[in-house]
Design a protein around this ligand. Structure first.
Ligand code: IDP
Ligand code: MG
Length: 150
């Protein structure tokens, strides 16, 4: 099933110059970029995005972290992309993330785990709508599609 997912490169990924490496991995997989923008997330939007974690011990630290500098927000499209992006990212705690995954290769602590990806198709729809207007989402054909899909 072709899906869309919401991906955010967090302020540490941007500051550490990892945007290119991470975007390159997603392009190499054959996923199609549908939207991308650099933004400084307002606190209120960060709290809505991470609403499920409100009240948890790490919530305030998480909001401080995610609003501490620009992030790269993106939408990517592809076969089973929601679950497969989570697999490419690796476990939430980089200590448990396997080598070869983004967190496994580039991060060391949960509180600085460099990337967010939607955890379900429902979450993806909610998160895409939080960060992008319809006119920011591109519908286009990748010329490599016949070489990705039979
Ligand atoms: P996920 O990003 O893999 O979906 P969640 O459990 O949804 O993981 O947590 C959201 C984000 O909150 C994590 O990516 C991480 O940045 C932060 N976070 C989660 N648990 C902790 C913690 O125990 N300490 C610090 N930050 C945490
Ligand atoms: Mg999550």
């Amino acid at each position: 099933m072709i899906e869309r997912t919401f991906v955010m490169l967090k302020p540490d990924a941007v500051q550490r110059g990892l945007m290119g490496d991470i975007v390159a991995r997603l392009e190499r997989k054959g996923y199609k970029p549908v939207a991308m923008k650099l933004m400084h997330i307002p606190r209120e939007l960060a709290e809505r995005h991470y609403g499920e974690h409100k009240g948890k011990s790490f919530f305030m630290g998480l909001i401080d972290y995610i609003t501490s500098g620009p992030v790269l927000v993106m939408v990517w499209e592809g076969e089973n992309v929601v679950a497969d992006m989570r697999a490419m990212m690796g476990k939430t705690n980089p200590k448990d993330a396997l080598p070869g995954t983004i967190r496994g290769d580039f991060a060391q602590q949960t509180g600085r785990n460099i990337i967010h990806g939607s955890d379900s198709v429902e979450s993806a729809k909610r998160e895409i709508a939080l960060f992008f207007n319809d006119y920011e989402l591109q519908s286009w054909k990748l010329t490599s599609e016949p070489w990705l899909f039979e």
